[in-house]
Design a protein around this ligand. Structure first.
Ligand code: ZN
Length: 252
């Protein structure tokens, strides 16, 4: 096993301070709860919140993050353009990005994936999450389907670019359906959007939901052993180019 994967879990962390129902489920915040269930030897997990200095992602944190997990809902527009652009550039350069629930409307997903995120939405009802891609790494350990007794309806049409891979489809007792687990490749980075995770229901307590997020982190992480140095987004050629031999000074 190589070096640990640096994971940063970013959360608006505002609902948990103002809404009693959310506070009861996640007293230290959704991000802290996710950290507590994801922690393992292979992951080095950092927490970040919108109201932290530099909106939780100063350059040294962002630039050392291998996989960024993003939970956001009501304050997408408080995230600065500058930060959203930096995150986009990091993903294009290889950082993994996991977008949870209402991050479908985040500046980050709009900039990285290229989408409005418009969808049909409604009440909290029973959802059946169907695993339609059982050999995909993100679906490891997940049965054919599992049930969330209450989840917010996110229904089609979902205004997204065609996903590279669909891993999960959600069906609601109202009859709505949704592409609940989608992957995209953007630049050198891997992106996963996962729909379950409304703040006022205990979705993140579900062991399959936890497993999916953990699987996605390992799937999205860059190898950590890239064979050449990237500088300003491009392979760095430091030395003299020798056409029929090794490139001198093409140092790692
Ligand atoms: Zn929600």
């Amino acid at each position: 096993m190589g070096k640990k994967i640096n994971v940063t879990i970013w959360n608006e962390f505002r609902h948990e301070k103002t809404d009693d129902a959310v506070k009861a489920l996640y007293p230290d915040g959704i991000h802290a709860y996710l950290k507590s269930v994801l922690e393992c030897d292979e992951l080095n997990i950092t927490l970040a919140a919108l109201d932290d200095p530099d909106q939780g992602l100063p350059d040294d944190v962002l630039n050392s993050t291998d996989v960024l997990v993003w939970w956001a809902h009501m304050y997408h527009w408080d995230v600065t353009e500058e930060l959203a652009n930096k995150i986009r550039d990091r993903v294009l350069g290889g950082m993994g990005l996991i977008l949870l629930h209402s991050a479908h409307y985040s500046k980050v997903i709009q900039k990285v994936v290229g989408m409005t995120g418009h969808l049909t939405w409604g009440d909290e009802v029973k959802e059946v999450v169907w695993n339609i891609n059982p050999t995909h790494p993100i679906a490891a350990g997940i049965p054919t389907h599992f049930i969330l007794p209450k989840e917010e309806i996110y229904g089609e049409p979902f205004q997204i670019p065609e996903p590279d891979e669909l891993v999960f489809i959600g069906w609601y007792e109202t009859g709505h359906v949704f592409r609940s687990g989608c992957t995209w490749r953007r630049g050198y980075g891997k992106v996963f959007y996962f729909q379950p995770g409304h703040e006022s229901v205990p979705t993140y307590y579900n062991k399959y939901v936890q497993r999916i997020i953990k699987n996605a982190i390992f799937w999205a992480a860059p190898t950590g052993d890239e064979g050449y140095q990237i500088q300003y987004g491009s392979p760095y050629i430091g030395g003299k180019f020798v056409p029929d031999g090794e490139i001198e000074g093409f140092a790692k």
